[in-house]
Ligand binder design. Structure first.
Ligand SMILES: [Cu+2]
Length: 308
């Protein structure tokens, strides 16, 4: 049995709490990008998987609780300094115990911790409950690039970060520039189908690295001699970037991961092209998916303008 929190219901509670805490200004605004960082980003990168949505909800929920507690303690301190200063309260009370208040300040924090623990354990449970996979990928980290194998399809893909000159070439050849971000774009993206469960088995050939895609809320260490794992179910098509997130050496910052989420048919075509060892066709499939995505994004943007 897979437990699923009633996201709609708890989202409402979170929104109310966020508004209460005065952080609602950030709740609706989108300062983050989908699949990659954006200028002046304030929040997480947009969520593209159910787990990432739950992580973001939990973050907002705990933030709201923190804000309320902080404001309460601040208010209490300011009031105490004002009300019980020597001037206003020259003869201090000798009270040393008050049973009622002691029960309150023990029980209320316990209730707050329980209110945090329940959704926290639910999130952990969901993160570590692997639905049956539609696609399995084995990611092997090297200093400093990634190899992704699809064991069922017998495909191996080496991904190396594009240098500036290579980026310029790729953009000139027709790739939309915003899908080839500097220090994130790689020569060979990996491709997965949308709305399918992908298991990623992660290991390393040398030192400890980390396989991360922020928009998927996937992050797991790549440990030499061991297999660790993560899973994601992308709900949106697009290109999603991540970086090695474990300090691993001089080029730690330059071993990005690029996952392209496409329609199932496009994924099947890409797999077929690679199985036929037709790397050029596989790259063309990625490029046309990129151009289609660019068109869809522009339509969405102009649609938003029309709607205003
Ligand atoms: Cu690394």
């Amino acid at each position: 049995m897979v437990m699923r929190p009633g996201i709609g219901m708890i989202k409402g509670t979170a929104a109310a709490m966020a508004a209460l805490a005065g952080v609602s200004a950030f709740a609706g605004a989108s300062f983050a990008g989908m699949g990659q960082p954006s200028p002046k980003q304030m929040k997480f990168q947009d969520a593209a998987t159910p787990i990432a949505e739950q992580v973001h909800w939990f973050h907002d929920y705990v933030t709201a609780i923190i804000v309320v507690i902080t404001l309460f303690v601040l208010g209490l301190m300011i009031y105490t300094m004002w009300r019980f200063s020597e001037k206003r309260n020259p003869v201090p009370s000798k009270t040393s115990h008050n049973t009622t208040i002691e029960i309150i300040w023990t029980v209320v924090p316990v209730l707050i911790l329980v209110a945090i623990a329940i959704p926290s354990f639910r999130l952990l449970y969901n993160q570590y409950t692997y639905p049956p996979p539609d696609v399995v990928i084995k990611a092997t980290a090297h200093t400093w690039n990634w190899t992704h194998e699809y064991p069922d399809q017998k495909i191996t893909i080496d991904s190396v970060m594009l240098q500036d000159s290579e980026r310029a070439e790729v953009i000139k050849a027709g790739m939309p520039a915003n899908q080839v971000p500097r220090n994130l774009a790689v020569d060979n993206e990996i491709v997965v189908p949308v709305n399918k469960v992908v298991h990623v088995l992660v290991t390393s050939s040398d030192v400890i690295h980390n396989w991360t895609i922020p928009s998927f809320a996937s992050k797991v260490d790549a440990v030499p001699g061991r297999i660790t794992a993560t899973w994601f179910k992308p709900l949106k098509e697009g290109i999603f970037f991540g970086q090695c997130s474990e300090l691993c050496g001089k080029d730690h910052a330059f071993m990005p991961i690029a996952v392209r989420v496409v329609k199932e048919q496009v994924y099947n075509d890409w797999v077929a092209a690679l199985k036929a060892r037709d790397r050029k066709k596989a790259k063309d499939i990625i490029k046309s998916a990129a151009i289609e995505l660019d068109g869809a994004m522009k339509t969405a943007e102009s649609g938003a303008i029309v709607n205003k």
